[in-house]
Write a protein that binds this ligand. Structure first.
Ligand SMILES: *Cc1c(COP(=O)(O)O)cnc(C)c1O
Length: 406
């Protein structure tokens, strides 16, 4: 109908006129995706190493996922949580299989999963205080954390750029130094109900918790009867080569928040709670209209099917070794621009000496989409299906971009 250039002009104008300005958007309109590739409305092709920020785990339009969603859309899309639906039951079973004995609550996003987790912490505190409200409600989190944009999660996100303008925040949050167990232990008192960290901090520059730190937090929570809450919204669902990133440390939390990669592109979040917290929600204590619809759960089930059938955890573990080596070589060759390479599996941060905006634009011009993260970090989040060749291609483009800038 319209020529591509007319559509492009139109979309930019529509955004300028009608879409809220809460994002500093790249001047690109994406219209189509297949596997690891996306196309813009001018016909330019990109290697998509954003995966929609760790969402499109199977890349774009994986045939098994598309067939499952099409089938479910023609069968039953939405029913209220006042009724059962088979897909939600089956998805809960599958997630309990990965996380361990417990129960799952379904929602629609990472922020909502974090809110659910924070509410479980409050209920645990009430239980700890013998049923009295307001006595035990504090949560110890980490500096530089990110737990979403709603009031609970935002209050657990001690970053000026995120909290500015929205105070007063939810009370009761204190923040220790990541990977410093003593600094967390020093903040725990009789009013503390839980400890909350991201297993790998995603938004503030890819900062992993060390295994010793995670094991220490587990011990601290056991000793002081605290819930151990892990936000795996970004690092979970296979991104590090294990289903959950905490598996690398051999610990198990009491509660897990997940979302991003879970639906393979469909909005769905989930909170898993182990024995210590699985019974805290009772009828009326929490809910959401859209959580765990037949359609969203069908997408998540299809995503898990592909992760399992195509052995994507092993794939990420194996292929990321050579990719990381190549990125580290790049960092060594261009040490005047690159400070460090961090991360695990397909969750990688390349810390630059200067601001990332111009680097991201230059990478894009050469056909690689990446995303910024705090502290001058370029985040590379390939879909879990990315091939060895595609990973190598990303390094090639990165190298060409650095050479051009030199
Ligand atoms: C993205 C993210 C969130 C928020 O998820 P939304 O789906 O954007 O609400 C929360 N925690 C972590 C660790 C995240 O990376």
């Amino acid at each position: 109908m319209n020529s591509p250039s007319i559509v492009r002009t139109n979309t930019a104008e529509l955004y300028d006129a009608h879409v809220m300005k809460n994002y500093a958007r790249a001047a690109v309109t994406l219209v189509r995706g297949r596997g690891t590739l996306v196309w813009d409305d001018a016909g330019n092709r990109y290697l998509d190493f954003t995966s929609g920020i760790a969402v499109s785990a199977l890349g774009h339009c994986h045939p098994h996922w598309v067939a499952a969603v099409q089938r479910q859309a023609a069968e039953l899309i939405h029913v209220s949580n006042l009724f059962r639906n088979p897909n939600q039951g089956e998805l809960a079973r599958r997630l309990v299989g990965y996380a361990g004995p417990g129960r799952v609550f379904f929602c629609n996003s990472g922020a909502e999963a974090d809110e659910g987790m924070i509410k479980l912490a409050r209920l645990h505190g009430v239980k700890k205080a013998g049923g009295e409200e307001g006595r035990c409600f504090k949560i110890v989190g980490a500096k530089n954390a990110f737990h979403g944009r709603m009031f609970g999660g935002m209050s657990a996100t001690p970053q000026e750029k995120i909290q500015k303008g929205f105070r007063p925040l939810v009370p009761g949050f204190a923040f220790g130094e990541l990977n410093n167990l003593e600094s967390f232990a020093a903040l725990v008192d009789d009013q503390t109900a839980a400890i909350l960290v991201e297993t790998i901090q995603g938004e503030s520059g890819i900062n992993p918790c060390t295994p010793e730190f995670l094991r220490g937090l587990r011990r601290l929570c056991d000793e002081r009867n605290l819930l151990f809450l892990l936000d795996e919204v970004q690092c979970g669902l296979g991104r590090t080569g294990k289903f959950y990133a905490f598996e690398h440390a051999g610990v198990r939390p009491d509660v897990i928040a997940m979302a991003k990669g879970l639906g393979g592109g469909m909005p769905i979040g989930a909170v898993w709670a182990g024995e210590k917290a699985a019974e805290l929600f009772q009828p009326g204590s929490h809910g959401t209209t859209f959580g765990g619809t037949p359609l969203a759960c069908a997408a998540a089930l299809a995503t898990l099917d592909v992760i399992e059938r195509e052995q994507l955890l092993a794939h990420v573990t194996q292929t990321s070794v050579v990719w990381h080596e190549a990125l580290c070589r790049l960092a060594a060759d261009f040490s005047r621009h690159i400070v460090a390479v961090r991360g695990r599996g397909f969750l990688v941060g390349v810390q630059m000496k200067d601001d990332t905006a111009s680097w991201l634009a230059a990478l894009r011009e050469r056909g690689l989409l990446a995303v910024g993260s705090g502290n001058n970090v370029i985040r590379l989040l390939p879909p879990l299906i990315a091939t060895t060749d595609e990973l190598a291609k990303s390094v090639e483009i990165f190298r060409a971009t650095l050479v051009a800038k030199a």
